[in-house]
Design a protein around this ligand. Structure first.
Ligand code: BG6
Length: 447
């Protein structure tokens, strides 16, 4: 008998198969979690055997698994009671469900009551706007204390994102220059060459702004802009992130000049032909969902005031680019006699592949007084655990350090809410770009 049960609501769904179970499988394989029972639940009429086969397939190995499947309506109190009765030991409930169903399931759980020590794990987006996120948080804390609520942002489990901590806070050389005195701009870009990938049911209601910027990219901004926490315990680390996010808002408070939205039309990427987003099955073209979003943000602190943070994410973009780039101001004076390319110094944190690069100008080979560009770089490879495994480790160990705290989740909505409102009011036109191109031509980011 194990002493911990992971109860997965939405067990027959795509997220469970693609990310949750493979992450868990790797975590168990590496001994990062004690044995765990898995109770899966969904609307599909599966039996235990089918669920076990799904788990084995996602784990990528054949092993005895303490796993049961119960068909249930997770918004129904009696069904939820049945599910809880099937669990033993500490219970961790993972809501692998759309936000609206998660909210209903939580409301039903409040009436059912939860055994002490239960943890809740929620997927982004947390709510669908600032108001619903606030209401969801208010409901969640009626179920369990905040420290037992894990809001998963798998980017916080990516090794390159976590490495921002080591890079910044374990070295002398970067911290003193990561300030508005030396930094010109910070770009955080996540352009994918993938299109919709049959995810219309979720994506068409979210779009690039909510899917990527409101969640993942703001977390990266927080990691780059926050002040060093005295320790990496859940309180200190999350306080530092929250503090900098509280100071973050749309540049000039004007989404018309500080945001762009666009969606892809038909095109090709390599060998693949993509239909226009509007023609993808399940998409309601009239909704005007963007597949590419850009937002420029200001961080009003002594350290960052005046430095634009440009966040961008797009689907079906020709040149796949996933990186944070810190561009430094020019050297205040280059001695007369040194000539050559005038390239700004840049620190690049690449998310895929995991890599760090520093662009500098040096006296290279050839004429010693002519500057040459050079890039110092290092690949450091992905972490031993996939991002979901890393995040799940914290969940199963009851350590919420890598989970998004409730106030922070609301703050992230607060930051993008003016953009959502301006877009809804039609103040920023929805542009188009062919799949496989570089995106709209009037990008707010330098080319
Ligand atoms: C997910 C988004 O959270 O992150 C996807 O919903 C996106 O649209 C994905 O493709 C990117 O993350 P990763 O880890 O697959 O690069």
């Amino acid at each position: 008998m194990t002493d911990q049960t992971l109860l997965i609501l939405g067990a027959s769904g795509d997220l469970t198969a693609r990310l949750l179970l493979p992450g868990l499988g790797k975590l168990l394989e590496l001994g990062g979690a004690k044995d765990i029972a898995l109770v899966g639940s969904g609307m599909d009429d599966w039996d235990d055997e089918r669920w076990r086969a799904r788990v084995r397939e996602s784990f990528g190995r054949d092993e005895e698994i303490d796993a049961r499947y119960l068909r249930a309506d997770v918004t129904d109190g009696d069904d939820l009671t049945r599910l809880l009765d099937a669990c033993h030991g500490e219970i961790v409930i993972f809501f692998a469900l759309p936000p609206s169903v998660t909210a209903k399931a939580c409301a039903a759980l409040r009436d059912v009551g939860l055994p002490p020590g239960t943890r809740l794990v929620l997927e982004k987006p947390f709510g669908v706007d600032e108001k619903t996120a606030h209401a969801l948080n208010a409901l969640l804390v009626q179920l369990v204390p905040e420290a037992r609520i894990h809001r998963v942002d798998h980017f916080l489990g990516k090794s390159t994102v976590l490495n921002i901590l080591g890079l910044r806070f374990a070295n002398r050389i970067f911290e003193p220059v990561l300030t508005n005195q030396h930094v010109e701009s910070v770009d955080i870009v996540f352009d994918e060459d993938l299109g919709l990938e049959s995810r219309a049911g979720y994506y068409d209601g979210a779009g690039a702004l909510v899917d990527m910027i409101q969640s993942h990219l703001l977390q990266i901004l927080a990691m780059i802009a926050m002040d060093a926490p005295p320790s990496l315990d859940a309180h200190e680390f999350r306080d530092s992130k929250a503090q900098v996010l509280r100071a973050t808002h749309v540049w000039g408070d004007d989404p018309r000049t500080a945001s762009r939205r666009a969606r892809y039309t038909a095109g090709t990427i390599g060998e693949r032909s993509l239909p226009s987003y509007a023609d993808e099955p399940g998409v309601d073209a009239a909704r005007g969902t963007e597949t590419l979003a850009e937002v420029v943000l200001a961080v009003d602190t002594w350290r960052w005031a005046g430095v634009p943070f440009r966040l961008r994410s797009g689907k079906a973009v020709g040149n796949r680019r996933k990186e944070a780039v810190v561009t430094f101001k020019p050297a205040p004076w280059v001695p007369t006699g040194l000539t050559g390319p005038d390239r700004p110094d840049r620190l690049r944190i690449l998310f895929s592949p995991d890599r760090l690069e520093l662009d500098l100008d040096i006296n290279g080979p050839g004429d010693p007084f002519v500057l040459d560009p050079v890039t110092l770089g290092s690949d450091f490879g992905p972490g031993a655990l996939p991002p979901y495994g890393e995040v799940l480790r914290g969940v199963l160990e009851d350590d919420p350090t890598l989970s998004v705290r409730g106030d922070t989740a609301e703050m992230c909505w607060h930051i993008v809410q003016p953009v959502i409102d301006a877009w809804r009011a039609g103040e920023v036109p929805l542009q188009e770009y062919p799949a496989g191109s570089a995106g709209p031509s009037d990008s707010l980011l330098p080319g």
